[in-house]
Design a protein around this ligand. Structure first.
Ligand code: TRP
Length: 456
């Protein structure tokens, strides 16, 4: 039946949805979104982020899944195959190369932050959240950041977790993890939301996220919103392309992408709605407090709620697992590249990339203590620089190139063929957006963002 037995195809559409949601929902939604929204004016940022998701993220996601499914291979080879079919240059596979690199760079700091969630599992289980207030919650977090050996220990633990599971069969573990744990995370976030509304200042949190002043719209905020739209959907580096390559041809890409995008956005908004009411009700905690926001505000809620030790432990376990299912998709493209291009064994490829990511991750560990004030990388410390170069540069550009390829270079027949399950009206709308709107917006926002950051 299957003419290409070498490349597996998942039997059910739900498997793609699970894997893609597992990749998309992660630290980006629960840790990063609230803190960058808090630093960039709240509602103004949220509005730009939602616009970027709709006008750029979702259309580009359709393009990325489509490229993977058409190519039925790892991102680099998929781009080569698709380009060959449409008679375009092999150079398009550079999209895959940049993606492999971006995934590696993100993994290097992602595992450090996921290490923080592991430490918080331990703290919660010890009952360390009980009775926390703004000041003591900050102290707890700050003492973690200054404890380099703890940071490295947890970073190492998280990377080992990722590698071990990849070595011992991702598919099953990933599938059950996402099928069972994601709904649990979702439910727990809803519990937190309700409780935060009860003990916190829900009105203030809600207004902060959903009302905006024009004055708060900034170029830098706009470019961060764009970058985050790519980051949170795992877009622009081939992760979604790799998963798309396993998707059966008999399903609608557009509908599937809409489901994943909706789930991802919901998780981020709910996390924001759970965090900000606490921020506004706690003295000493501000929306602009930065990367510690979730680690400072949520323990206060757990410390005050009934069964808080249990809920708090469970919550940080689930966040760690969400981070884990995301980190797999960060590691996978690089591993696939090494195994296919240089004939590495899967295990050694995994170990090699993970060790390099670990080494680079030490730079992120130091960026939160000894190097926090260093400005050697375009005026940023190493963590901020890696975050900037991946989320604000590599992912949006990777995505823009995918949109340009699909919109301008790919032959129309294979394109339409991949989208036969969608009406011709849907196809026309999507095609117009991916051809004219998304790439132009990315380039404009990208240039304005650079201007705002370095010249403004
Ligand atoms: N989307 C994940 C999150 O929000 C992070 C992630 C996983 C990612 N895979 C990716 C980001 C690929 C960019 C590209 O936490």
């Amino acid at each position: 039946m299957n003419q290409k037995p070498k490349h597996a195809i998942w039997g059910r559409r739900s498997t793609f949805i699970l894997a893609a949601t597992g990749s998309a929902v992660g630290l980006g939604n629960i840790w990063k979104f609230p803190y960058i929204a808090g630093e960039n004016g709240g509602g103004a940022f949220v509005l730009m982020y939602l616009l970027c998701i709709c006008l750029i993220g979702l259309p580009v996601m359709v393009a990325e899944v489509l490229l993977g499914r058409r190519g039925r291979a790892n991102p680099i080879m998929a781009m080569q195959k698709v380009a060959h079919e449409s008679g375009s240059s092999r150079g398009w596979s550079l999209i895959g190369v940049s993606g492999v690199l971006a995934g590696f760079l993100i993994l290097s700091y992602y595992s450090v932050i996921a290490g923080w969630t592991l430490e918080y599992v331990a703290t919660a289980a010890r009952g360390g959240f009980v009775g926390l207030d703004g000041v003591s919650a900050k102290q707890t977090f700050d003492s973690l950041l200054s404890n380099k050996s703890a940071l490295v220990r947890w970073q190492t633990a998280f990377l080992c977790m990722t590698v071990l599971v990849i070595i011992f069969g991702v598919k099953r573990g990933l599938e059950t993890a996402v099928r069972v744990l994601m709904p649990m995370l979702f439910a727990l976030l809803l519990v937190l939301l309700v409780y935060a509304a009860y003990v916190g200042d829900f009105a203030a949190g809600f207004l902060f996220l959903f009302s905006f002043k024009l004055a708060d719209l900034s170029l830098v905020g706009l470019s961060l919103a764009l970058g985050h739209a790519f980051f949170t959907l795992s877009l622009g580096m081939g992760a979604i392309m790799a998963y798309g390559s396993y998707m059966p041809s008999s399903h609608s890409i557009v509908k599937t992408v809409l489901i994943v995008g909706l789930l991802d956005t919901l998780v981020a908004l709910i996390a924001g709605l759970a965090i900000f009411p606490i921020v506004f009700a706690t003295s000493g905690v501000e929306p602009g407090d930065g990367s510690g926001l979730m680690f400072i505000s949520l323990p206060i809620v757990f410390g005050a709620m009934p069964f808080g030790t249990l809920f708090g432990t469970l919550f940080f376990v689930l966040v760690t697992l969400a981070a884990w299912s995301s980190s797999i998709s960060l590691l996978e493209p690089a591993v696939a590249y090494l195994t296919e291009r240089f004939r590495f064994h899967r295990v050694s490829a995994n170990l090699l990339i993970a060790s390099l990511a670990w080494l680079l991750g030490l730079g992120t560990v130091l960026s939160f203590n000894d190097w926090s004030d260093s400005r050697y990388f375009l005026g940023m410390n190493l963590f901020n620089f890696i975050d900037f170069i991946t989320a604000s540069v590599m992912l949006p550009l990777g995505g823009a190139f995918m949109a340009v390829y699909v919109g301008w270079f790919m032959r129309r027949r294979p394109l339409r063929h991949e989208l036969t399950h969608d009406s011709s009206k849907t196809f026309r709308y999507w095609f117009m957006i991916v051809r004219y709107v998304s790439p132009v917006l990315v380039i404009v926002v990208f240039i304005m963002g650079l201007y705002g950051k370095f010249a403004g």
